[in-house]
Design a protein around this ligand. Structure first.
Ligand code: ATP
Ligand code: MG
Length: 391
């Protein structure tokens, strides 16, 4: 019996009815993969809780706890002391294991859950007994059932008893892999990594497509995209990163297409290219970081013109969000500082002075005929460079 384990509380998965098994299995797999760097753990699912149990003393419990907090499908992370199912042992364990928290608190309460109905005491009795013991051991404490500084939680489960305080919030969402696969168009900006994270949160496995136009864009811009994805991968798991060279295509658009339609035409080619790469990579949707009205290419009319060339559904999880809301998530997932580094992206080179904010589809299609679009697209798709991004 380990001295300490991590108990993970499940969210929506618990509601999945007949599919629940599939979701739980995927979640357990994802957690096993993420725990491997923290040591040898046994990960198993029993009674709506996932047990993450160290197999030896070499396990890094802090790292394991941090990583559990970034696994989608988990709503609560509780590091818990373990003991035999015996009232005296439970009292002692609570006093020892939660000593620090109880020393710092002035008020507390005890809540007990007993899933082993054979245990001789009922939950309220266990709570009362443990509470009494703690009051004696920590005389500075008093009980407050409505707003305690610390809630001591006792769980009497099938094999052992566990004591912990309130679980820390988990990442929420549903397990990555259960929602299929989609291609995120990743720039080096603030928005696309947040969009990637939001879709991974809904169970989607990610493949990333990045457009580069060297020498107008620098290698550092591409590196930035990769570093952003490394952060996202801590939640989403490893991500395939595919770079498409757009230099020639962009030069042709700049030199031959109507200037005010440059941006929307470029975006149509990005979507066409991403659509083809995505299908080759078994993705069933595209994801972008667009938010309505943020820039000229993100008006309803411009989005309609870009969507017209995609055959896969295009998800835009940020469409209704304010910049400040996006920034908040960027901080939370630690992408903000990387995103604001100043490197030119292929969307920011050759930008027209007055982009059309309400492009009309047939004018855009006419404007596009000035270049050999299909051949240029083929050429770009011959340049694919693939690498893996790990958390
Ligand atoms: P971001 O902050 O993600 O760069 P943005 O607000 O700057 O977004 P745009 O630059 O117009 O907006 O890009 C809109 C979306 O198009 C991005 O969120 C991203 O999904 C995609 N995109 C833009 N540039 C690239 C690129 N170089 N490679 C791949 N996708 C891109
Ligand atoms: Mg951008």
């Amino acid at each position: 019996m380990p001295q300490e384990v991590i108990l993970l509380k499940l969210g929506e998965i618990a509601l999945k009815g007949l599919n629940r098994r599939k979701f739980e299995d995927a979640l357990v797999q994802n957690i096993r993969r993420r725990m491997s760097a923290a040591g040898e753990f046994s990960v198993s699912s029993r009674q709506s809780t996932i047990y993450v149990e160290p197999k030896d003393d070499l396990c890094d419990m802090d790292l394991a706890e941090e990583r559990c907090g970034k696994v989608f499908g988990v709503v609560g992370v509780a590091r818990a002391g373990v003991c035999e199912k015996d009232l005296g042992k439970i009292q002692e364990k609570a006093g020892e294991y939660l000593e620090e928290a109880l020393e710092e608190a002035s008020t507390f309460k005890v809540e007990c859950k007993r899933s082993d109905k054979k245990f001789p005491l009922k939950s309220p009795e266990i709570s009362a007994q443990v509470g009494g013991y703690l009051l004696e051991k920590f005389p500075h404490l008093s009980v407050n059932v409505h707003a305690p500084d610390v809630t001591v939680r006792v769980e009497v489960r099938e094999e052992h008893a566990y004591v912990h305080t309130d679980p820390k919030p988990g990442a929420g969402g549903i397990p990555v892999g259960t929602g299929g696969r989609a291609a995120i168009l990743i720039s080096g900006g603030l928005d696309s990594p947040v969009a990637a994270w939001m879709m991974a949160k809904r169970g989607v496995e990610l493949t990333a497509v990045h457009f580069a136009s060297p020498p107008y864009t620098s290698e550092l811009a591409r590196e930035k995209g990769k570093r952003l994805l490394q952060k996202v991968a801590q939640y989403a798991g490893r991500v395939k990163f595919i770079t498409v060279n757009f230099t020639h295509l962009q030069e042709e658009i700049r030199d031959h297409c109507p200037e005010d339609l440059n941006t929307v035409i470029l975006r149509r080619f990005m979507l066409r290219a991403a659509d083809r790469v995505a299908k080759d990579e078994n993705c069933s949707a595209l994801i972008t970081g667009e938010s309505l009205g943020q820039v000229a290419s993100q008006t309803i009319q411009a989005i309609a013109c870009t969507d017209a060339v995609a055959t896969l559904p295009v998800f835009r999880p940020l469409i209704g969000m304010d910049k400040s809301e996006i920034v908040k998530i960027a901080y939370q997932i630690d992408t903000y500082d990387i995103s604001i580094e100043p490197y030119e992206d292929c969307c920011t080179i050759f930008t027209p002075k007055h982009p059309r904010t309400r492009p009309i589809l047939h004018f855009v299609e006419d404007g596009e005929r000035a270049i050999e679009g299909e051949a240029l697209l083929e050429e770009a798709l011959q340049t694919l460079e693939t690498e893996w991004i790990y958390p």
